[in-house]
Write a protein that binds this ligand. Structure first.
Ligand SMILES: [Zn+2]
Length: 266
C-alpha cells in the first residue's frame, strides 16, 4: 500500500529559528552539554519549555475530529511534563489543517519553529482523512515533529542501504518531491562533529517505512503504528516532571557565582 510521506517545514531563517528556540528554552542552544536525551539532528534543538501548555488549534473541524486527534496526540505526553490544550479555530501555537490529498503528504513545523510561522497559516497539514488506516500513525508522527523530534531514518547510524537514484525518481513520481526535499526529509543527514546522538531506534514512529524497491538487495523496513518504548522515553527525558525546569546554562552560571564563597562562614 502506498502511503503518504512527510515533510518537515523548517524555518527559512536559521537565525530566527535559533533565537525563537533559545528564548523558549535556553538549553536548546547546547545539545551537547545537557544531560537530557539527544535526538534531534539539527544544529540547535527546538524543544518547548517543560511544563508549558501548547495551544493546538484545529481549523473548521467538528468536535469528533478534534477529540480523535487529541486522544492520539496525547499518547506522546502521558509521561512528559507538557500539556496540550485543543481548541477549535485558527489561533494557537500549533495550527492543524486536515487536507486529504492525492499524495497523502503531511507537513509539520519542527518544535519551536512553529512560533515563526505566519499566524494565518497552518503549522501542520495532514494529508489523510480521519477514516484512513494510516491516520493515527500519521498524527503520532507529525506530533513527534511538534515536540521537536527529527526523522529517525535520517539518523547517521541508520545505515539504510538506499539505492539513491531510485529514491530520487520514486519520490518525484509518487510525491512530486524535488531532490533537495528528498535530501532533507528522507536520506541520512551528515553526522555533525561534537554532537552526541541518541541510539538509533528502528521502531520509532519517526521512522519511515522503507520500500524494498528503493534499496539495494531488496532491503525493507515496515513502518511503526504506535510509539516505541524509546519514543516515550526520549520525550519524557526532554520534558521531565519533578524539579522545576532550570536551564543548564543557568545552573552553570549559579555554580560559578557560588564557587568563590564556598567555605566562608559569616
Ligand atoms: Zn516526518
Amino acid at each position: 500500500m502506498k502511503i503518504g510521506t512527510c515533510s518537515i517545514l523548517e524555518s527559512i531563517d536559521p537565525i530566527a529559528s535559533y533565537e525563537a528556540a533559545i528564548s523558549e528554552r535556553s538549553d536548546n542552544a547546547e545539545p551537547n552539554t545537557s544531560k537530557r536525551a539527544k535526538r534531534s539532528v539539527a544544529v540547535h534543538t527546538t524543544f518547548w519549555k517543560p511544563g508549558r501548555t501548547l495551544k493546538i488549534a484545529m481549523y473548521d473541524e467538528d468536535q469528533k475530529t478534534i477529540d480523535k486527534v487529541k486522544s492520539i496526540a496525547s499518547k506522546w505526553i502521558e509521561n512528559a511534563n507538557l500539556k496540550f490544550e485543543f481548541v477549535s479555530g485558527a489561533v494557537g501555537d500549533i495550527r492543524i489543517k486536515i487536507m486529504p490529498s492525492k499524495t497523502g503528504t503531511s507537513i509539520s513545523q519542527l518544535g519551536t519553529d512553529a512560533l515563526l510561522h505566519p499566524p494565518e497559516e497552518p503549522t501542520m497539514t495532514i494529508g489523510l482523512a480521519l477514516e484512513h488506516a494510516e491516520f493515527e500513525a500519521t498524527i503520532l508522527h507529525e506530533f513527534g515533529h511538534v515536540l521537536g523530534l527529527h526523522h529517525e531514518h535520517q539518523h547517521p547510524d541508520a545505515n539504510i542501504p538506499w539505492d539513491l537514484e531510485k529514491v530520487y525518481v520514486w519520490y518525484k513520481e509518487e510525491f512530486n518531491l524535488e531532490r533537495a526535499r528528498v535530501d532533507s526529509d528522507v536520506l541520512p543527514l551528515p553526522r555533525r562533529k561534537n554532537y552526541t546522538y541518541g541510539d538509533y531506534d528502528p521502531l520509532s514512529i519517526m521512522h519511515y517505512d522503507i520500500d524494498s524497491r528503493l534499496t539495494i538487495n531488496n532491503w525493507s523496513h515496515p513502518r511503526g503504528y504506535t510509539l516505541s518504548r524509546k519514543d516515550l522515553e526520549v520525550v519524557s527525558k526532554i520534558y521531565p516532571h519533578g524539579t522545576p525546569y532550570i536551564p543548564h546554562s543557568l545552573i552553570e552560571l549559579l555554580n560559578k557565582i557560588k564557587a568563590p564563597f564556598t567555605g566562608s562562614s559569616n
